[in-house]
Design a protein. Structure first.
Length: 548
């Protein structure tokens, strides 16, 4: 049976609970709206301001357009009640791929490659993630310690902004279900500086709603609408977080997988001009993006055909539930290892091929991370021959030239299975290629960040699968992670970096700079230790130097 905790690791969530005090909950006047705290946890002294609107509803004529400023609504006080989640899709292949994570990570099943592969082939019922979704989803949550709110006039609390991952087609802000909460980070921050920090978590448009591309969209819409949503939310933080006691000049953006990739895109936006990024620090957990923006050219055509429309204006006239349903079906049938939608070059926010000779805002301090087995879920166990491997490669990475395919299959990842290339069969060969091409090669960009003064860690609690670290970064009150020690170490690192600009050890050791030698900290089930990057630099350099 599919473990929902594995799916929630990608940001999926559905409800929220917390205790409330007897006294009236505080109200923040944002000018365009008056927002009351939704809940207060007396034990942790944390106020949660849920579902703060940061943009107008992107419906009707605003569908597929840049986000607009939120309308003024001062007729009543908003309490943030209800669920706000953007419409999404879930690739069928991913349901099976993520199922073993909960079992292996919890220690219920001893980890082995064979057991992982056997679990991959199991069949599961389709899950409907759109029962509580709405196009009117551009909202964010703010978590504030009581002491920070009481001293809000000081505006000196560090701020951590979470941008969820999910391949740009699925996910949601923290706490929508109570599965992933920043409670551990907030409690650690209070221990660290006495008053704590603020955590902000945002929604942004997904799938066709946020990443539809093609000539029709360019002509009468906007490319990368989801990225523009994120940008508007980050600008909202700069403008409004001081009202909650936060310091707009001390903001750290944190994201995992596609969320981390998006943060990198914001650091490179508009040419990466120094000081132009709407945050001062970034925590990049497993930044996952291939250095190509080639997406299936049929995505727009498939959507229009399925809905029997001929132009984007007709798409705007459709009722919401119809578009939500077709988007979910389209994403569900995305080819193995793909999500159907992704970032594209737009000439402005994303002016060129990201991650290739791209200037980044060097004023942003960075903590970058990867897991020890990133490629573990991104493989097809039916691949047995070289022809199968080439087909898998073409489906997994769109836009590869014939020469690049030949180089990858014959030179970079040749069919040599004696272990000398780091793999022993077709399965682990696929895992190595995907993990390095999409994620681990991005660690090589660390030298471009903050004048090379970047910090890094490797998360290696077995199996070290992609997204597994999310349940360690955040807290699930119903399901603690297998290693509480690793969770403590990871949360100390995140909080230390957010507050001081340097990740923290529980010991007196100093966290090393990544540097030319690839020094990092290995966070495992035992004591965190200073180590060295095990990423295959030769192969990753090949990925970074390609022109797709």
């Amino acid at each position: 049976m599919l473990k929902l905790s594995a799916l929630f690791a990608l940001g999926l969530s559905i409800g929220q609970t917390a205790a409330s005090p007897c006294q009236a909950l505080p109200v923040i006047d944002l000018g365009y709206v008056r927002q009351q705290a939704t809940t207060y946890n007396l034990t942790t002294d944390i106020y949660t301001f849920s579902n703060i609107r940061y943009a107008a509803a992107p419906e009707g004529n605003l569908r597929f357009r840049a986000p607009q400023a939120p309308p003024t609504n001062r007729t009543s006080i908003q309490d943030g009640s209800g669920v706000r989640m953007c419409p999404q899709g879930y690739p069928n292949w991913l349901v099976s791929a993520f199922t073993p994570i909960g079992e292996f990570a919890s220690g219920e099943v001893p980890f082995s490659i064979n057991a992982w592969e056997e679990s991959f082939n199991e069949t599961f019922k389709t899950i409907n993630f759109n029962t509580a979704t709405s196009e009117d989803c551009l909202f964010l949550d703010v978590y504030v310690p009581g002491k920070v709110l009481q001293q809000s006039k000081l505006k000196n609390a560090p701020v951590l902004v979470y941008i969820h991952g999910g391949g740009f087609v699925l996910g949601s802000k923290l706490g929508t279900s109570g599965e992933s909460l920043p409670t551990g980070l907030l409690e650690q921050s209070i221990k660290e500086n006495g008053s704590g920090m603020i955590v902000v978590s945002i929604n942004y448009r997904l799938g066709a709603f946020g990443w539809l591309s093609g000539p029709e969209v360019e002509k009468d819409g906007v490319l990368n609408a989801g990225l523009l949503d994120q940008r508007l939310a980050l600008d909202w933080v700069q403008k409004n977080i001081g009202l909650f006691g936060g310091n707009a000049k001390h903001v750290t953006a944190i994201g995992e997988s596609g969320g981390a990739a998006a943060i990198m895109l914001h650091m490179a936006a508009y040419g990466g001009k120094a000081g132009s990024t709407p945050f001062q620090q970034a925590i990049l957990q497993s930044p996952a993006i291939m250095p190509t923006f080639s997406v299936p050219s049929s995505a727009y055509d498939q959507l229009a055909s399925a809905l029997n429309v001929t132009c984007i204006e007709d798409l705007r006239k459709l009722d919401s539930q119809t578009l939500i349903s077709v988007n979910a079906q389209q994403v569900a049938h995305a080819p193995l290892n793909t999500f159907g939608y992704t970032v594209v070059k737009d000439g402005s926010l994303v002016p060129g091929a990201i991650l290739q000779n791209t200037p980044f805002d060097k004023d942003v301090k960075v903590l970058v991370a990867h897991n020890s087995f990133e490629g573990g879920i991104f493989f097809d166990p039916s691949v047995k021959t070289e022809e199968d491997f080439a087909t898998w490669l073409g489906n997994s990475i769109t836009g590869l030239s014939s020469s690049a395919t030949e180089t990858l299959t014959e030179t970079i990842y040749p069919p040599i299975f004696d272990g000398s290339y780091g793999y022993t069969d077709q399965d682990t060969r696929q895992m190595a290629l995907w993990g390095e091409g999409y994620i681990e090669s991005n660690l090589l960009l660390a030298g471009q960040f903050a004048q090379g003064q970047t910090y890094a860690y490797e998360f290696s609690v077995v199996p070290g699968a992609h997204t597994q670290d999310l349940s360690y970064t955040f807290n699930d009150p119903t399901s603690p992670p297998a290693s509480l020690s690793a969770q403590q170490s990871l949360q100390e690192a995140v909080v230390g970096f957010t507050i001081h600009g340097v990740p923290a050890f529980s010991s007196s050791q100093k966290w090393p700079v990544f540097g030319a030698n690839g020094a990092l900290v290995n966070i495992s089930a035992s004591t965190p230790a200073i180590s060295q990057s095990r990423v295959n630099a030769t192969r990753c350099h090949w990925w970074k130097n390609q022109k797709f």
